[in-house]
Design a binder for this molecule. Structure first.
Ligand SMILES: Nc1nc2c(c(=O)[nH]1)N[C@H]1C(S)=C(S)[C@@H](COP(=O)(O)OP(=O)(O)OC[C@H]3O[C@@H](n4cnc5c(N)ncnc54)[C@H](O)[C@@H]3O)O[C@H]1N2
Ligand code: MOO
Ligand SMILES: [Mg+2]
Length: 421
């Protein structure tokens, strides 16, 4: 007899998966290879930045107290005793009414506490000695970039679990991280199941379609920060599918299959989980698309049985796989970032289940808005291409109107949200 599945709520489903989360691991990679990786440690300033007082301008370093009488009516002339470029260190003691020609980024002579810009001085030479004349007093600290003004030793600058972007990379270089501690990328195995599936390079045949899910999922895996191993397509044949899945499980942290999780004659995943001895956490969720999403746990690993229907597969990944990946990457906010915004089109379809509508974000007078990115059915591929967000339309409603405020999950965001949403 056909098994009757009892749907569980989305939040129960997410929590069941998150209870089985896997620990993250760390490794070191060269700073050259750390882009788009996640920090495995807090970054703490190991020294002041800059670690010496320096000039932010090309000009002359001097003692501000010597300049107090300078004015348009009373120009002052100082002797220039030395010339310093960035990277050089002062070699002479600066005495009253003396100056040092200094370039941007150069360490300040110890006795000096101000810099006058080149443009505000007139230079002259008498008997082989150099002089500057200027008409303005400088106060203590004027035009000095002070030791520690950028970072103080001991400051926590970037926290563990942060995505390494160009700015973080600059911080890493500043503190001499030739090797960077990053989260190891979880390795996710991917199978596409279905005897109807063709390879991308195969011509169409009657009754068959090209496998798009494994490409979509591998791309979602990369966007989430993990790595994938694509194990290929599986025909809807039990023994071959079972042994391929059992073998792949040895080499991955997480395994994704697409298709074969519903109640059809050739939906083999339920029997495969049973024969593997995996604990099925749920096999029906009160959501559309993706109601048949199934997650099972086995020996500390997770098996995600995502729907074969492309849009359902896509949503299942973002809701259940992504937070597991982000947790393994030490991210504090592992779940999709949730915001509220305005729906920019009517969505008349009533639905008992909460619906995740593929949408595109825009801003209207500073307000976040979304518009559906195409046909909203779970077997649709095309609406995914234009989608960078999911509008969450709660179940038990009679449809939504343009102008309604809705919750929005951002797909391309890196900051994420805490749970519960
Ligand atoms: N009697 C019922 N039938 C169905 C139910 C149900 O509750 N009772 N649920 C429906 C829902 S909802 C969904 S979603 C689908 C889920 O089906 P499966 O996850 O078992 O997936 P398949 O049957 O294998 O395939 C569904 C659909 O997706 C196409 N597909 C599969 N793999 C790929 C791929 N790699 N690339 C592109 N497209 C793929 C496949 O050809 C099918 O058209 O079940 C409903 N049925
Ligand atoms: O799981 Mo199905 O995607 O709800 O349409
Ligand atoms: Mg099916």
């Amino acid at each position: 007899m056909l098994e009757r599945r009892k749907p569980i709520s989305i939040s129960d489903a997410v929590e069941k998966v998150m209870k089985k989360k896997l620990p993250g691991e760390s490794e070191f990679v060269s700073i050259d290879d750390c882009d788009n990786r996640y920090l495995a440690e807090d970054l703490t300033a190991t020294h002041d930045v800059p670690h010496f007082n320096r000039s932010p301008y090309d000009g002359f370093a001097l003692r501000s107290e010597d300049t107090k009488d300078a004015s348009i009516a009373n120009p002052l002339t100082f002797e220039v005793i030395e010339e310093l470029g960035a990277g050089m260190v002062p070699g002479q003691q600066v005495k009253p009414f003396q100056a040092v020609r200094i370039m941007t980024g150069t360490q300040m002579p110890e006795e000096c506490d101000a810099v006058i810009m080149l443009e505000l001085t007139t230079e002259s030479e008498v008997d082989g000695k150099k002089y500057i004349t200027f008409k303005r007093a400088l106060h203590k600290g004027e035009n000095v970039s002070f030791k520690g003004e950028d970072a103080r030793e001991g400051d926590i600058l970037v926290t563990k679990g942060t995505l390494i972007n160009p700015g973080v990379k600059a911080v890493l270089a500043t503190f001499g991280y030739n090797l960077v501690p990053v989260a190891k990328k979880p390795v996710i195995g991917v199978f596409a199941t279905g005897s109807e599936l063709l390879e991308v390079n195969e011509p169409l045949q009657p009754g068959k379609i090209r496998n798009s899910n494994s490409y979509m999922i591998s791309s979602q895996i990369i966007r989430s920060g993990a790595d994938f191993i694509y194990y290929g397509k599986l025909k809807d044949e039990f023994e071959a599918s079972f042994s391929a899945i059992q073998k792949a499980l040895e080499n991955v942290d997480l395994l994704i299959t697409t298709g074969g999780v519903s109640v059809g004659d050739y939906d083999l995943m339920p029997d495969i989980y049973a024969k593997l001895g995996a604990e099925v956490l749920f096999n029906k969720v009160g959501m559309r698309p993706g109601s048949v999403t199934t997650v099972a746990a086995l020996n500390g690993k997770l098996l995600f049985g995502l729907s074969g229907n492309p849009s359902a597969c896509y949503v299942g990944f973002e809701l259940f796989v992504r937070p597991i990946v982000r947790t393994m990457l030490f991210c504090k906010n592992a779940h999709l970032r949730k915001e509220t915004g305005i729906l920019k089109a009517d969505f008349p379809k009533a639905n008992p289940f909460t619906r995740f509508v593929r949408t595109r974000l825009s801003f209207d007078d500073g307000r976040l808005c979304v518009i559906p990115s195409g046909v909203d059915k779970s077997n649709i591929v095309m609406s995914l291409a234009g989608s960078n967000s999911l509008a969450v339309l709660p179940g038990g409603t009679r449809g939504f109107k343009e102008g309604d405020t809705v919750e929005i999950l951002l797909l391309d965001d890196q900051d994420g949200s805490e749970w519960p949403w």
